[in-house]
Design a protein around this ligand. Sequence first.
Ligand SMILES: *Cc1c(COP(=O)(O)O)cnc(C)c1O
Length: 425
Amino acid sequence: MEFQPTREFAKELDSRDELAKFREEFYLQPDTIYMDGNSLGLCSKRAESSLLELLASWKRYGIDGWTEGKYPWYYLSEQLGAKMAHLIGAKPEEVVATGSTTVNLHQLVSTFYRPEGKRTKIVADELTFPSDIYALKSHLRTRGFDPDTHLIRVKSRDGRTLNESDIIDAMTDEVALVLLPTVLYRSGQLLDIELLTKEAHAREILIGFDACHSIGAIPHQFSQWGVDFGFWCTYKYLNSGPGGVAGLYVNEKHFGLAPGLAGWFGSDKDKQFDMSHDMEHAQTAGAYQIGTPHLLSVAPLIGSLEIFDEAGIERIRKKSLALTRYMMQLIKSELSGYGFYIGNPTEDHRRTGHICLEHEEAPRICKALKEKLVIPDFRAPNVIRLAPIALYTSYEEVWDMIHRLKVIMEEQTYKKFKNEREVVA
Ligand SMILES: *Cc1c(COP(=O)(O)O)cnc(C)c1O
């Protein structure tokens, strides 16, 4: 259908949307347009009910909840891993629900970073999420290497995106490990995961990916591409709730590799309660768990993943691309002349779930949007991230959001706010 800038056109797109019915599964606030599902996904009724089910099993069974009830706790991390596996493109036993993004990153780097001879360096990039860099530097330090010389951060040519060829150029014979995001959190650029994995392996370098900004938004083929390891949070596109338990993936060719950070929940499940001081770790991704799972923060994921099973990740990606394309068309037709710049890659194969709208007044434009009941996401210094979510955002909301923003720019109401960020932004 040919783009038209009218509300009727948005309604027409909604009427043809095969995922529209999932919207009513989510808790949406009246008149509020939520554009921040890439930072914290909204609560669904199914996530709520699986959380309540878990509480009920605690009430009813006490300690026996480990093996009784609708979702026996002892096997839940592995079962949810298996349920997430298709989202990352892996075998069921290659994925487990555990820890947090940063904890899993520490676990996997301590397992896979094995400096040897002159292969001692780690390649990352200068646009990645700070936690990843802090973690990598700490690993280099604990192994006695100087992060200034041993952490290579591939530079961006434009401050927004990375060139795969620059990353490949950094893969020298001094590199032991490459750790990259699948998607850059600011610009939303999707990297060519398959190509980077192939090039790393051709140089005998291990490679892992932080999939926080792609899980639940795009399909992946980690097993097929041979990615060595990966990890992600579940509270963004996967809607598992604040602090929801994360995921990790280890390619089966590495099963048997001793966990860098060992703990009793990484044991073979039949042997764990032998209480031996000699650990026999699981021969699956489960080996990289550490301690008792945070079950109340695991529980909402049970319900949330059911929705992904029904909606299907291919359909989610298709609608997400249509929503972001539509938003970019509206930005061009309605907001030209107000000083905005679209900072995300615009091609389908390099763009993910959010639009990166840049403006020098971004901090206070975000405040003005909130006053108008639009929830954006500010990233310093000048980025307004806007994420229309395939499962719960309508085309009409995208239209409305752009028009609320247009009024803010026309009337310059943002000028009554200070141009600084809030504590959490
Ligand atoms: C959200 C995000 C994180 C957050 O890590 P936590 O341990 O969950 O706080 C890490 N890396 C990236 C790329 C993210 O987008």
